[in-house]
Design a protein around this ligand. Structure first.
Ligand code: MTE
Ligand code: MO
Length: 246
């Protein structure tokens, strides 16, 4: 969190003195938006492959709170709850060679990654939990991402204040080794409040990027026309930054 604030402050002062960089093609592209600037500087200090810290079982928070949607009542979510999520499907669509549908059994049958990480919510709380699931890269590689794809969009089952929750990341975060489709928290199937039966863990990003109640993964060339076009529920509603690197 401290690093984020430092970067935000440095961003304002450096941008003021960056006209010369902005005149070059690369510099211009980097500086075009605050988000782009944050992303490039963040990646300079914390390169794409770098892992966030992982913790030990002793560090796990005794209680992992639920935030935002904690028990969706819209659509057919409650009938999935009643059926023990036996018919849940996760689709992979968009700019892919092979559109795919995964059942929970398919997801559990893939090679798994377990990671104990810290979740940071912008509302001012953190919690450490152990998450298990396949790396998103496995799903994307099976579907075969087409060269035109630039973002991965996550579709969710919940509707919050009249809008469907969704999120998106670029391909660097999508293919990051700690980006997983989690089905378990602390060794148990995900609780409903934490996104049952599937939720994203995108460990290099702030809490709101970690889409819960995951129903679909979509490879797209642009975020235009999806929600209000800003890349996520909170980005559309409150101006939260699309790039929420920590
Ligand atoms: N589908 C969906 N995903 C979501 C949210 C939500 O309301 N709906 N809230 C986000 C926010 S702001 C945070 S901090 C985390 C909270 O995860 P938790 O409920 O497991 O604590 O989920 C994120 N993902
Ligand atoms: Mo959050």
């Amino acid at each position: 969190m401290r690093r984020r604030n430092f970067l935000a402050g440095a961003g304002a002062s450096l941008l003021a003195g960056c006209n010369r960089i902005a005149e070059t093609d690369t510099g211009g592209a980097l500086l075009r938006s605050a988000d782009g600037w944050h992303r490039s500087v963040q990646r300079f200090f914390n390169p794409p492959g770098a892992l966030v810290p992982e913790f030990t079982p002793a560090d796990i928070s005794p209680f992992f709170r639920g935030n935002g949607s904690t028990n969706p009542t819209n659509g057919d979510y409650q009938s999935h709850v009643a059926a023990g999520f036996s018919d849940w499907q996760l689709s992979v669509r968009g700019l892919v060679e092979h559109p795919l549908d995964f059942t929970l059994a398919n997801i559990r049958a893939l090679p798994q990654r377990t990671q104990i990480t810290r979740h940071d919510c912008v509302e001012g709380w953190s919690a450490i939990g152990e998450w298990t699931g396949p790396q998103l890269s496995l799903l994307l590689d099976s579907a075969g991402i087409l060269p035109a794809a630039r973002f991965i969009v996550f579709r969710c089952a919940d509707n919050l204040n009249g809008r469907d929750y969704y999120e998106s990341v670029d391909l660097v975060d999508a293919f990051h080794p700690q980006t997983i489709v989690a089905h378990s928290l602390n060794g148990e199937a995900l609780p409903i409040k934490n996104g049952a039966p599937l939720r994203m863990r995108i460990e290099r990003q702030l809490g709101y990027k970690h889409a819960k109640y995951l129903t679909g993964i979509e490879a797209v060339a642009s975020l235009e026309g999806i929600g209000d076009g800003k890349g996520g529920y909170w980005e559309d509603r409150s101006g939260y930054q699309w790039y929420a690197g920590i």
